[in-house]
Design a protein around this ligand. Structure first.
Ligand code: ZN
Length: 117
C-alpha cells in the first residue's frame, strides 16, 4: 500500500472524525446564554439543529466507518476492498477516504445484494 499516502489520509480521517463528533455532541450549535443571538442567527441555528438531527444517524455510522478505516491504516490493509479484497481506486479513496468497498462491491451493497458485516 506504499502508493497510497496513508499519513495524509489518516490526518484527513481524524479531522473528519473530530468534526463529526463535535457535530454529534452539538458543540458547534451550543448557544451561549450570555449572548443574545439575533433572530437570523437563531433561525440558522434551529435549521442546523434540524438538519443535524436528521443526519446524526448517518454521522454516527460514518464515525464507525472512519474508525474502521483508521484501523485498516494501522494494519496496513487500507485501500483494500473488504469484500473482494481488490485494491480500491485511489480516486474513490480520495473522495471517500472511509470507503470499505470498491465501486463494484459498493453497488452490490446499495442494491442489497451484499451482506455488510
Ligand atoms: Zn470489491
Amino acid at each position: 500500500m506504499s502508493v497510497l499516502k496513508t499519513e495524509k489520509i489518516k490526518d484527513k480521517l481524524i479531522l473528519e472524525r473530530e468534526l463529526l463528533l463535535a457535530k454529534l455532541n452539538g458543540n458547534d450549535l451550543s448557544v451561549d446564554s450570555s449572548e443574545t443571538p439575533d433572530p437570523v442567527d437563531l433561525a440558522v441555528r434551529n435549521y442546523s439543529k434540524n438538519v443535524m438531527l436528521a443526519v446524526s444517524e448517518n454521522d454516527s455510522r460514518q464515525v464507525i466507518l472512519i474508525n474502521e478505516a483508521l484501523t485498516r491504516i494501522s494494519d496496513d490493509e487500507y485501500g483494500t476492498c473488504q469484500n473482494c479484497e481488490k485494491p480500491i481506486n485511489p480516486k474513490r479513496l480520495d473522495a471517500v477516504p472511509w470507503a470499505r468497498y470498491c465501486l463494484n462491491c459498493q453497488e452490490l451493497v446499495e442494491q442489497g445484494l451484499l451482506d455488510e458485516e
